[in-house]
Design a protein around this ligand. Sequence first.
Ligand code: GLU
Length: 463
Amino acid sequence: MNKIRTRYAPSPTGYLHIGGARTALFCYLFAKHFNGDFIFRLEDTDVERNVVGGEESQLNNLAWLGIIPDESPLKPNPLCGKYRQSEKLDVYHELIDQLIASGHAYKAYENTDELALQHQEQENQGVASFRYDPNWLKISDEEKKRREEAKEYSVRLRLPKNKVYAWNDIVRGEIAVNSDDIGDFVILKSDGYPTYNFAVVVDDHQMQISHVLRGEEHITNTPKQLAIYEAFNWEAPKFGHLTIITNMEGKKLSKRDKTMKQFIEDYKNEGYRPEAIFNFLALLGWTAADASEMMSKDELIQKFDPERLSKSPSKFDIVKMEWFSKQYMKTMDNEVILKAIESPKSSEWNTLFVETYKQQSATINEIKNHLKMYLEPKTNLDLVIDNVDVVKTFYNQLIKKEFTVENIQLAINETKDLLNVKGKNLFMPIRIASTYEEHGPELAKAIFLFGQELVLNRLKQWN
Ligand code: GLU
């Protein structure tokens, strides 16, 4: 069998979106599971939509996630042509000329107005979806010549009549489309740029891509691409179309939806763990045979099975995402967190702080935010204490001891026994009076982190 080769081919129109990242991730897992190559290339012919730094940012965000392509514009395989479409326009032109010469494609001379008129006429006749009619345009030979010389034409693929284009989709099974339902379509635009459908086929062929995994919005493009493969007599790759990702309400994610963080960059900036996002994305439309959820990159590569790609939409469940992040945060190296939060406290204090808060935080930023209340403690209590006796007793037990986490715990236990209170009635007054907060990590640790002097001063007021 030939080597498995997959590719992710974004347009450099912005940051790496969750949807793109998931496509890239599945292509990567697919390739790596079968010891193949994962390729990154760029579809940058829509010049107006390209953004400066788009390529770099896509690559950087993928690298942050741990997805390193085997080939890319920065690491090209010289046998596979250029990895940016904008750099190989001559290649597309030459191949389009070949198709014209072999009769598989032809020039279409309609201008925009004429094409609009043709659309209109079909609409008036009740045609449900437009089919280009190569015999519609009536212009003089002279005018045709003028348009030819001024390069005012596009090139369309000539589709055979009543021909079925079928493929066994990796995700969805058999799909078949009749050429009569497509119509001759544009492969070279009048501005001289190839269309997506044409360029993608040339690239996939030249790069020897064996499996194309992409979003389901491309299903309607696949029969067109199969027609191009056929016109060239090239072997087509296998195709798989991943289902949509929805938001919590079940609607398709839209990049314009500002209520949700949708770009990998957002998660990176907030201090999420890349391993957590990698793991989470892998479960957006795929499950492991043994139903495991927490999986490292290596485990995912080993367990990945394209047969298990889901046919139904996958929900971007932000609660689950947070859960993943928390699990990964717990296993994170203290040193790495400490470096990121830049705490001015002693190393002993810092270690306890990080140990305590990494048990409950989803991101580094969250840990960093918790640091603030220790560095600039509140001076006023804005909460009510409903059992002052608990606070008094706790204080009196605590002052007798050296200030350590163990002894703080001991003082809490003694208070419990002396007053015969437990649960919330015991912890709440102590927590509020000592930390000035209603919530927090394990009580004895939280109290210790505020420091002896501050805590005793706070408690003394109730005596
Ligand atoms: N640039 C296309 C996209 O981002 C790639 C489509 C494909 O993978 O064929 O959707």
